[in-house]
Design a protein around this ligand. Structure first.
Ligand code: MG
Length: 254
C-alpha cells in the first residue's frame, strides 16, 4: 500500500531531502583525481554528522550472505552501476563517478544521486551522463497528480532511448519516507497508463540507472557492487520527490 504523507511528514522530508542534497553537492565538488572512494566516504561521514543526520545506507542489510553495507554512501565508478562500496579505488581523470547519498534526519529519509565527470571524459560518456540526467528530469515532469505511476517509468525510458542508451531493469526506484525502501517500486521502463494513480503526498525516488552498452548487469563477489556485464560505462541520477497538487516537488534539489 502506498501511504501519502501528511503536511508535517512532508515538512520533515523537505528537511532530510535538503540535507541529502547539500551533502551530495559537497561530495560532487570534492571529487578529484587521486582521491580514493574511501576518502570520499570519510568526507560524507563528516558532512552527514555535521548536519545532525545519519547515513541511511551504513549497515543496510542486502542480499543473503552480504555484509551489512559498510559505507555511508555508495560510490560507483565507470562500469560500476550502483552500490559501489567505498574503498581503495583511486579516482582518475576521465572517470565517471556516481555518488549516492541517503540520510536519515528526525525519522525521515532523503535519497539522491548524481554522476560526476572527472575532468574531460570521453564524449560518449558525457552523452551518457547527460541522457541519464535528462531521463530523471523527464520522469519528474511526468510525476503529476492524476498520472499513473508507469507514466513516470515510461517517460524515463523514452528519454533514455532517445539518447541511444539502455535502461537497467534489475534495479528500480522506490517509495521513500520513514523507510529507505517503501512501496511502490518505480521501474525505469514500462508502458504508460498502468499502476497506481499518483496522489498529492506520495513520496518516491526516481533513479534512472543507464548503460552505454548492453542493459545487462551483474553483481560482484562482494555481493553489493553492481557492474555492467560488458563493463562499459553506466550513470545514475536520483531525486526524492513528493507528488504535489499539480507538479511534483523535488525534495533533494540543491
Ligand atoms: Mg534510491
Amino acid at each position: 500500500m502506498i501511504v501519502c504523507k501528511n503536511d508535517s511528514e512532508l515538512a520533515a522530508m523537505r528537511v532530510s531531502g535538503r540535507i541529502a542534497a547539500r551533502v551530495l553537492q559537497r561530495l560532487a565538488a570534492a571529487v578529484a583525481p587521486g582521491l580514493t572512494t574511501r576518502e570520499l566516504d570519510e568526507l560524507a561521514r563528516e558532512l552527514i554528522r555535521a548536519a545532525g543526520a545519519t547515513s541511511a545506507f551504513l549497515g543496510y542489510r542486502g542480499a543473503p550472505g552480504a555484509v551489512p553495507f559498510p559505507g555511508a554512501i555508495c560510490v560507483s565508478v565507470n562500469e560500476e552501476v550502483i552500490h559501489g562500496i567505498p574503498g581503495p579505488r583511486r579516482i582518475q581523470a576521465g572517470d565517471l563517478v556516481s555518488i549516492d547519498v541517503g540520510v536519515q534526519f528526525e525519522g525521515f529519509i532523503g535519497d539522491t544521486a548524481t554522476t560526476v565527470m572527472v575532468g574531460a571524459v570521453a564524449p560518449e560518456w558525457e552523452l551518457l551522463a547527460a541522457t541519464t540526467r535528462h531521463a530523471l528530469e523527464a520522469g519528474i515532469a511526468a510525476a503529476r497528480a492524476g498520472a499513473h505511476l508507469s507514466d513516470v517509468s515510461h517517460a524515463v525510458e523514452q528519454a533514455v532511448m532517445a539518447g541511444n542508451c539502455r535502461v537497467v531493469r534489475e534495479f528500480v526506484g522506490h517509495g521513500v519516507g520513514r523507510e529507505l525502501h517503501e512501496e511502490p517500486q518505480v521501474p525505469n521502463y514500462g508502458r504508460p497508463g498502468h499502476g497506481p494513480v499518483l496522489k498529492p503526498g506520495m513520496t518516491f525516488c526516481i533513479e534512472p540507472m543507464v548503460n552505454l552498452g548492453g542493459a545487462a548487469v551483474e553483481i560482484l563477489a562482494d555481493r553489493w557492487t553492481v557492474v555492467t556485464r560488458d563493463r562499459r560505462a553506466s550513470a545514475h541520477f536520483e531525486h526524492t520527490i513528493a507528488v504535489g497538487p499539480a507538479d511534483a516537488e523535488v525534495l533533494t534539489r540543491a
